[in-house]
Design a binder for this molecule. Sequence first.
Ligand code: BG6
Length: 298
Amino acid sequence: PQVTFSDDNSRVSAVLPTGESVTVLLYGATVTSWTDATGAEKLWLSSAAHLDGTKAVRGGIPLVFPVFGTAPDHAQTGKLPQHGFARTSRWEFLGKSTSESAGGSGAADLTAKLDFGLSAAGLDEAARKLWPFAFNLIYSVNLNRESLTTSLVVTNDDDKAFDCQVLMHTYLRVKDISNVEVLGLESAEYVDKVDGAKTKTQAAAVTITGETDRVYTPAGEAVTVVEGGKKTYSVTRDNLSNVVVWNPWTDKAAGMGDFEPKDGYKNMLCIEPGSVSGWQSLEPGDAYEGAQTITYYS
Ligand code: BG6
């Protein structure tokens, strides 16, 4: 049994012999679907998401680069649109591969890997003007039976240094947000974007009872999502010091034209690993790599 790969001009997908699958849109290198062996979706995707390359995708895993939010006071990225240009650029599909994990004994241990690339030459003129650096991004999406790993390598191909931020804007699908607890952030500091960007310290497990938009800097690498007392996901960060927890709740969801159904905020929670509270400063020739691994438990 082998991995089934398919690609057309706009998206690439991989299906393991056991049924798990992942689909990546070339627009933004956005993961739009990740299913388990039964076909159940692990990611939330708005039914009104634009998948035709006209707008960043509302759902799945959009990629944020080179700025998180906007940074009007930062000279190099100050004019870029919210969350930068990676999520609104068309990426190149670089290739696919299959590997078997060490000690593995066949189909059950296969990993399918999809690689995507973006460099300055792939940007539209507007973006290239707003961020005039020579750079290279390689984004790898790895699927195995238990988890999805996405990793991004940023290389500075310029003769000047540049600053950047990186974030994987993962929309996890949950059954009912009112039963969700996020563990692993206890005692972490965070910036509360819905309360004047105040710095606070997380006291206990995170529950979502209203609009939530927080940039955490946790000590540990893993965050766990628990639903109704049962662990459903873990999200592990590699070389990414922040994790954003976001849920728009009723009013923000109502205000987003591409957020449907309007009560969809009950079925999603963004857990966004990133490096966003400072800047990665890359000297010419330097590279930076960060990754997330999302494991699900059924
Ligand atoms: C989160 C930000 O990462 O993304 C929020 O912390 C923001 O402030 C959210 O609202 C969605 O952003 P966008 O640009 O996709 O609507």
